[in-house]
Design a protein around this ligand. Structure first.
Ligand SMILES: N[C@@H](CCC(=O)N[C@@H](CS)C(=O)NCC(=O)O)C(=O)O
Length: 223
């Protein structure tokens, strides 16, 4: 176990972005205090949280008096602090390998996240908030997402085991949290793409991912 680093994570267990940080904290055995910020109650917009995150979102990491927002930046930070503990999420010994991880990670912010977030909002977040799914908006998000999923299917059909370098990396973590929700609410988006489906099964079978699921289960529900 890594020595106590005085780490605080502000987030919500059901938040996909928070789950990326939980993955790395647990995988690298970093002790942390979890502070629940309930976005359904708009706690992320309170002045004390805006002081941590100027855009009023979660997650935020606090470490030694410094605050970091953006889940992927947080994960990269923790990976850089503890490169030899647990999974090395971004390779640093080979510039091309690093670029491939960055390539698949960065593209996800543009080609994947905005559309998958639309699907998740309509099918997972709105039901929890007691709001009806807007079927037209869901259809539009699905239509925007599908061409990206087709690229992923081709990538894995061509023999890739993971997004980059044939080993689990930040690029896989950047995707799995969202696919985990899609698998529950719109499973056909995955099952229609057998090679993408195999990647998903490969990733969720990892002990480090199962540990994230166990942590979520152990949290109080929507407080
Ligand atoms: N790109 C950001 C996304 C942050 C984000 O949108 N977080 C969501 C929860 S997963 C949130 O705070 N939603 C409430 C809001 O936008 O007010 C990251 O990866 O940290």
């Amino acid at each position: 176990m890594v020595a106590n680093m005085n780490v605080k994570l502000y987030g919500m267990s059901v938040s996909t972005c928070t789950q990326k940080v939980i993955f790395v904290l647990q995988d690298k055995q970093i002790p942390f205090e979890f502070i629940n910020i309930n976005v359904l109650k708009k706690e992320q917009k309170l002045p004390e949280h805006i002081a941590r995150h100027p855009f009023g979102k979660i997650p935020v990491l606090e470490h030694e008096g410094n605050f970091i927002f953006e889940s992927l930046a947080i994960v990269r930070y923790l990976d850089a602090l503890h490169p030899t503990v647990g999974t090395k999420l971004v390779p640093t010994h080979d510039a091309y390998k690093t670029a491939l991880v960055d390539q698949w990670t960065y593209q996800s912010s543009f080609n994947f996240y905005p559309h998958v977030q639309g699907v998740i909002f309509e099918t997972a977040i709105k039901p929890v908030a007691g709001l009806p799914t807007d079927e037209a908006k869901l259809a539009a998000s699905r239509a925007m997402l599908e061409p990206t999923l087709d690229v992923y299917e081709k990538h894995f059909a061509n023999g890739a085991k993971y997004f980059a370098n044939d080993e689990f990396s930040l690029a896989d973590l950047a995707h799995v949290v969202y696919f985990n929700v899609v698998k529950r609410t719109q499973p056909d988006l995955i099952s229609a793409r057998p090679n993408l489906a195999k990647w998903f099964e490969r990733v969720v079978e990892r002990d480090s991912w199962k540990a994230v699921m166990q942590w979520i289960q152990a949290q109080p529900k929507c407080h």
